[in-house]
Write a protein that binds this ligand. Sequence first.
Ligand code: 8YV
Length: 316
Amino acid sequence: MTRPRVLHAAPLTPWLDAQLAQAYELTHLPPAGAARAAFVAAQGGEFDAVATSASRGIANELIDAMPRLRVISSFGVGLDRIDTAHAARRGIAVGYTPELLNDCVADAAWGLLMDVARGFSAADRFVRLGRWGEGAFPLGTRVSGKRLGIVGLGRIGRVVAGRAQGFDMEIRYHNRSRVADVPYGYAETLLELARWADFLIVVSAGGADTRHLVDAEVLDALGPRGFLVNVSRGSVVDEAALVRALQQRTIAGAGLDVYENEPRVPPALMALDNVVLLPHIASGTQETRQAMAELVLANLQSFFATGQVRVAAPHA
Ligand code: 8YV
């Protein structure tokens, strides 16, 4: 029996790559450009499945160049780079890996919040540069007992909120709609939440609906003593407005794991000490990435055995 042909469309993990190569006819998508176009024209008609990641996704143009495609298995929870409605219209199943990464992404949000409020990364640079002898490092901002605003009280937002209780924080959130079963205050508008909060953690989904939700006005409302943390998608924050706010200190600081044009980080951000910059690693622990890899594989295996992925992505 011929093995299904799987297109490998994004960096995954070495373990997953090995498993996929063992189980399927695995072919790596060439980098964008002329070679890719020629490859897709020659072989696009042969693929049954795609293995990709949430941060890379897959373009509709590529989906449309694969008439035999029946399943997409994505490494991650974000669906902003996979048009699930388009896939559904074509009868293509989409599997993804929610839940498994909630804890580690929430941990990373807290790491960023603590780091930027207390200036740990900047303090580390201060020590390494031998500047301790020159004088004291500037005082940080207290975290415990402060006001936390959560933008998007979904799966990860709830875990972030749970962690905040350990810091005796007052918690409010803004969401498209009120969440029924939580004890946290609801802010009807993001502006209202930003005005109230000392810290704003962004954990909403990416995509067109949330593009530039955090704009210049929201940053202004957060104010010169407020901090922003973003572990969702770069697109949710107006990056140019954020750079200005950090440069002019109209907000106190930011902790960022995601950017509008990854892996490009605006050089202006790198010049600032009131921002902590991570390379999209919020879910990046060995344990979580392994669990995600296993589900990417299980989604494909399940599809080829039963016609259904184990964890299917919703499509509006
Ligand atoms: C992934 C992510 O690590 O799940 C998501 O939506 O952005 C990350 O958890 C990323 O897709 C891996 O490349």
